[in-house]
Design a protein around this ligand. Structure first.
Ligand code: SF4
Length: 81
């Protein structure tokens, strides 16, 4: 499973931070940070989701009010949102 974080879309509500500890607050930028991710495009960050964090990652994606977090399965199929 993979997670993609769109920093440009993020409005810094930080619900995701409460759901999965891979998301941290960058208060000065008013944005979340996705730890251990690679910037694959401008302001698009991607990383693998560890097996034991899949539920947390899904909750984080569902909690985002602006759909800045997208979850893909191992076949690249979009699961959330
Ligand atoms: S919940 Fe969404 S808008 Fe809020 S900090 Fe996380 S990614 Fe950004």
């Amino acid at each position: 499973m993979k997670v993609e974080f769109d920093e440009d879309t993020c409005i810094g509500m930080f619900q995701c931070v409460a759901e999965w500890d891979a998301f941290k607050k960058d208060k000065s930028a008013g944005k979340a940070i996705l730890e251990d991710s690679d910037e694959v495009e401008d302001e698009i960050f991607v990383r693998e989701v560890p097996d034991d964090a899949e539920l947390d990652a899904k909750f984080a994606a569902r909690s985002c009010p602006v759909d800045a977090i997208t979850i893909y399965d191992d076949d690249g199929e979009q699961l959330i949102p």
